[in-house]
Design a binder for this molecule. Structure first.
Ligand code: SF4
Ligand code: SF4
Length: 318
């Protein structure tokens, strides 16, 4: 199956004829990748800063393509603290060897925020030569030579929970960190707490498709054109949750759930933040299409730059 660029973007939203919501984009992305990737898989270095590893767990739950296919056929995962076998100096040496060999051609995925306080010592990612390497150190080392950075999850995209009120770690998201260091490497934000795995795999697939067709520089320029003002891919984050919610009719008619046991009625009175949130969970759903946030609880606005402080309290609307 051959796809043009317009189809590819539509495919992320499940609107290409012949592909139902249950299938979403995966079969065709897989085919497109099989057609276009010629054995050269882009090296990816996955760094974990201040976070809970939930974004990795979400990605590991990806159903179709399987996580094994993502890691073994789509990308070349060179470093990931949770799933890799190597450790210690050997692992750090490998990061440096990859960054040198693929200068300007490798991708850095960041999960978690970057803490600046105490000389970066709140997050040590390894050591070499008996010297601790902080998240700040490795970001400064890798970011200028990476083709692009993917900030996975709201902590990496905007600071998220590690940067919430009361934090003493002076945490930043990737874009803010790079800006503070005058590093101009492009950043794609894939927020969510955690992100839906399709958002991660789909963004990678679209980026690889463009890069394969147009070369690194022009391909990345096309990816950047897909981003909204918050640095998020519009195919996944371009629509408002409330405007597309199955309970919108109830909202308009003033029918509200009084508690979480009431499955009928809009959840606004329970604190739903859907009116100020952008993602496609209402359609893509979670857990292989089984359910989504608002079906059993509320939207907490986890994909937004002001999460969590601006979305708190989660279970009340003022
Ligand atoms: S449940 Fe939330 S997102 Fe849905 S209509 Fe009500 S307020 Fe909007
Ligand atoms: S619907 Fe709300 S809580 Fe669910 S993923 Fe989207 S922004 Fe986050």
């Amino acid at each position: 199956m051959s796809l043009n660029r317009r189809d590819f973007v539509k495919l992320c939203t499940g609107t290409v004829a012949g592909f139902g919501v249950a299938q979403m984009f995966h079969p065709a992305i897989h085919e497109a990748l099989a057609e276009t990737l010629t054995g050269q898989r882009p090296p990816v270095i996955w760094l974990q800063g201040q976070g809970c590893t939930g974004c990795s767990v979400s990605l590991l739950n990806n159903v179709n393509p399987s996580i094994a296919d993502v890691l073994l056929k789509i990308i070349s995962l060179e470093f990931h603290p949770t799933v890799m076998g190597s450790e210690g100096v050997q692992a750090i040496d490998h990061i440096r060897a990859i960054a040198k060999q693929f200068k300007g051609q490798f991708f850095v995925v960041v999960e978690g925020a970057i803490p600046l306080a105490k000389d970066g010592k709140f997050c040590i990612i390894g050591e070499a030569g008996h010297k601790e390497i902080s998240m700040v150190d490795i970001m400064k080392e890798l970011a200028p030579n990476a083709a692009a950075m993917l900030a996975i999850g709201t902590c990496a995209a905007y600071g998220g929970i590690p940067a919430a009120k009361g934090s003493e770690t002076e945490s930043l998201g990737v874009s803010a960190f790079l800006k503070s260091c005058n590093i101009a490497t492009p950043v794609v934000n894939i927020p969510g707490c955690p992100p839906q795995p399709d958002w991660i795999v789909g963004t990678l697939a679209v980026a690889l498709k463009f890069i394969n067709e147009l070369g690194m520089e022009k391909g990345l320029a096309e990816v950047v054109k897909l981003l909204d003002a918050q640095g998020r891919p519009k195919p996944f984050f371009g629509r408002n949750v409330h405007e597309n919610c199955p309970f919108l009719k109830d909202f308009d008619e003033g029918k509200f759930s009084a508690n979480f046991n009431e499955k009928e009625g809009c959840r606004y009175d329970l604190g739903c933040k859907g009116p100020a949130a952008y993602c496609d969970s209402f359609e893509r759903k979670w857990n292989g299409g089984v359910n989504w946030c608002v079906a059993n609880a509320t939207c907490i606005g986890c994909t937004e730059p002001d999460f969590p402080d601006g979305k708190s309290p989660f279970y009340a609307n003022k």
